[in-house]
Design a protein around this ligand. Structure first.
Ligand SMILES: Cc1ncc(COP(=O)(O)O)c(C=O)c1O
Length: 379
């Protein structure tokens, strides 16, 4: 499907009509095992943990969308992250953005560090000073852009250049941007990781993770862990993400326009101290975002002038924005990162401002979203 546009590949890549029946939707292939005509002779599938046709369709589609040679699907975003971290030798050093997702921090600090790996946090937005913050023995720089929940923008190309000069690899968590808005491999990253639970699935009904890479050796290692550790998604969940991908471009366009309207309303509101959305001209990462993204995304964070108590009050007053963890689906969500998604990072270098509120702006009628936020802000 190379040579076709993004939307065409999202609908067709890995999803040719089923040769047996002509079905135009990739069948949900529930069989756990596959017949062999003689020992070791089969049609490419032996056992569903090792490989499954619905999973192959999803992996092929995502590889196409990220312009990668390989993609691998996992049972959750964190399972995908775990498979990537397992590629590092025991004792390896990881540099993590100082505003990374709390679950990534928890995995590295509470699972890998006790087992012998080391890590440090760095401000990845400050590339000039980053050279001093990346120890020589660093094996991996892990970055999120836009980051969760601060919506900081990291220059993928500059960080990748620096990492490669030091012999380190770069992983980009592309969950917030999606391949529709940002293609990190083309900008020098070695691998892209996704929580497909978010925009890729897009409907809050499937937990999943994906990794994309064009590094053959890395892909072999990931495939080995995918089978050996077995954190694979169900065929039904693969189908749900595949279905979500078909409308990714349409949804992202609407997420972006709705987020712009919401961000502009918040900027003008007296109860709001600071709005964090990379599409705003005064956002410190605006120029980099303009260069490396095709749109600014559907996530908007802001701090309340009244501090933590005002933030907690506000998030409990919305009616259309549901107070809930997660993000990236058609319905709008609101949350308080310090007490919810990022509670695991409290008292760490990655702790989040308690006055911060995070919005996942959905695709509902934008005037309804704005009316809802305005009534919640008028405390
Ligand atoms: C940026 C980011 N990366 C990774 C994850 C982990 O994904 P999952 O919840 O699918 O394990 C999340 C979950 O919120 C996330 O927001």
């Amino acid at each position: 499907m190379s040579g076709h546009g993004f939307e065409t590949r999202a609908i067709h890549a890995g999803q040719e009509p089923d040769p047996a029946t002509g079905a135009i939707v990739a069948p949900i292939s529930v069989s756990t095992t596959f017949a062999q005509t003689a020992v070791g002779e089969h049609q490419g599938y032996e056992y569903s943990r090792s490989g499954n046709p619905t999973r192959t369709s999803l992996e092929s589609c995502l590889a196409s969308l990220e312009n990668a040679d390989h993609a691998l699907a996992f049972a959750s975003g964190l399972a995908a992250e775990d498979a990537l971290l397992r590629q590092l030798p025991v004792g390896a050093h990881v540099v993590l953005g100082n505003d990374a997702y709390g679950g990534t921090f928890r995995l590295i600090d509470k699972v890998y560090r006790p087992a012998g790996w080391t890590w440090s946090a760095a401000d990845l937005t400050d590339v000039d000073r980053l050279a001093d913050r990346v120890p020589d023995h660093t094996a991996l720089i892990w970055l999120e852009t836009p980051s969760n929940p601060a919506l900081n923008i990291v220059d993928i190309e500059a960080v990748s250049e620096l990492a490669h000069r030091r012999g380190a690899r770069v992983v980009v968590d592309n969950t917030f941007a999606t391949p529709y808005l940002q293609q990190p491999l083309a900008q020098g990253a070695d691998a892209v990781v996704h929580s497909s639970t978010k925009y890729l699935g897009g409907h809050s009904d499937a937990v999943g993770g994906l990794v994309a890479t064009s590094d053959d050796e890395l892909a072999d290692g990931l495939r080995f862990v995918q089978n050996a550790a077995g954190a694979v998604p169900s065929p039904f969940d693969c189908y749900l993400v595949l279905r979500g991908l078909k409308t990714l471009a349409l949804r992202m366009d609407r997420h972006c326009t709705n987020a712009r309207a919401v961000a502009e309303m918040l900027v003008a509101h007296e109860a709001v101290e600071k709005v964090l959305w990379p599409g705003l001209p005064d956002h410190p990462g605006h120029d980099i975002a303009k260069r490396q993204m095709a749109g600014f995304g559907g996530m908007v964070s802001f701090t309340m002038r009244g501090g933590e108590s005002a933030a907690l009050e506000m998030v409990s007053r919305t009616k259309l924005f549901t107070l809930a963890e997660s993000l990236g689906a058609v319905e709008s969500l609101i949350e308080h990162p310090a007490r919810m998604t990022h509670a695991s990072a409290a008292d760490s270098p990655l702790a989040v401002d308690a006055a911060l509120v995070r919005l996942s702006v959905g695709v509902e009628t934008v005037s309804d979203l704005i009316t809802d936020l305005e009534q919640a802000l008028s405390i």
